[in-house]
Design a protein around this ligand. Sequence first.
Ligand code: GLN
Length: 481
Amino acid sequence: MFSFSSIEQYHARLKEGTVTCEQATEHYLQQIQAKQHLNAFVHVYAREALQKATELDQKRNAGVSTGKLHGVVIALKDVIAYKDHPLSASSNILKDFVSVYSATAVDRLLAEEAIIIGNCNCDEFAMGSTNENSAYGKVLNAADESRVPGGSSGGSAVAVQAGLCMVSLGSDTGGSVRQPADFCGITGLKPTYGRISRYGLIAYASSFDQVGIFGKNVTDVAKVLEVIAGQDEYDSTISSKPVQPYSQLAAIPGKKYRIAYFDEALEHPGNDPEIGSAIKKILEKLGSDGHDVKPVKFDLLDYVVPAYYVLTTAEASSNLSRYDGVKYGHRTIEKGIDLTEFYKLSRSEGFGKEVKRRIMLGTFVLSAGYYDAYFTRAQKVRNLLTKKIALIFKEFDFIVLPTSPTTAFKAGEKTNDPIAMYLADIYTVMANLVGIPAISIPLFTHSNGMPFGLQLMAGKFNELPLLRLSNELMQGYRTQP
Ligand code: GLN
């Protein structure tokens, strides 16, 4: 039976001839079938994936040089465009929509010979923290099926967690890759804003959105980043900074890092004390291993969630105005109505509850009478935060935080309390407000049996040291309850 531990090991086995791309793809297709009840996938491209695998096997056997992601089986979140394949943001408003072009990230995966096996369920338009806001129904956490996988990229996380593909892509606007990675016990990276092209990524909040990567280990995530990062003429917010050799993760011998943490975060009343103490133990170990680990005073924590929700809903209300039932997507069948009524009905029928809530909230904070009280203020918080974080990174290489204040919630636990749900984003939204890279690595197991992660943040475009330290931590700092 096929088993997977890393891309590197898979490539070595392909070279030895002990496995083929076709066997790997068949294995994942069987697993997807067997674990269909997890509801991780929206569409599976079985025939196409197998055909691609056969072609790749032939190419490799003919000695034609192979791509960096040769035969790597990848799933995409249902907000990432893949030409001639369905794309719906897990929303009824885009039901049956087929993409007419591919995201830059997807083109780059394909150019390096990846096999795309399907697209994954997510919260509608990437709005949510549990994957319960999907037109295709909820996704189950494979570690405990009564719990949510996190969101919004819940399907992509479970696809990796449950062994339904090797790596997957998600998107992270306020934690949607890191938090499900934390809940599912896998690695999830949100790169610096502008590191990966957003071309072909359905917009939620454009000044926050980034494509992110899920993997079973840090090296796989790094390999994918190396392939998909970098300049793109189709994204005006992309950086022209050269792509670093992210997959070269060997620790630099004797390298000591300066690591900051916030007592205000670890001891926050909303944080599960077991999560706080597990992270403190790691910080102590890092200190005793010679790293310079220090607390930094951080009094902005309680402002990050309100600022995030004001700014992202404002951007969402504008981004989602394009779904009007005319250009594409769901259109009401009601006859004999005027244009305004047509828009209203199409949008009311097409969007789900959470998306409507955010469009209304965003419209409100942008309205003439309230703009200064909400939108301008939230922008000021974003500015303050950016300055504060820049100051911290003058003195430190990394900031350590929990990824989430709790382990995975029970399904339905927070559905009727959106504020409680929003507050649980307290540790992840900061990286998006500021645009810095952040990763969640699955270091811990809680006494309730669920996995949880540690979140590591670095200064802008410092993905390479971020991945290096993450890899080191995964090798030497993993703990059991
Ligand atoms: N949970 C956050 C939200 O609901 C994060 C979403 C995301 O990163 N796409 O907005």
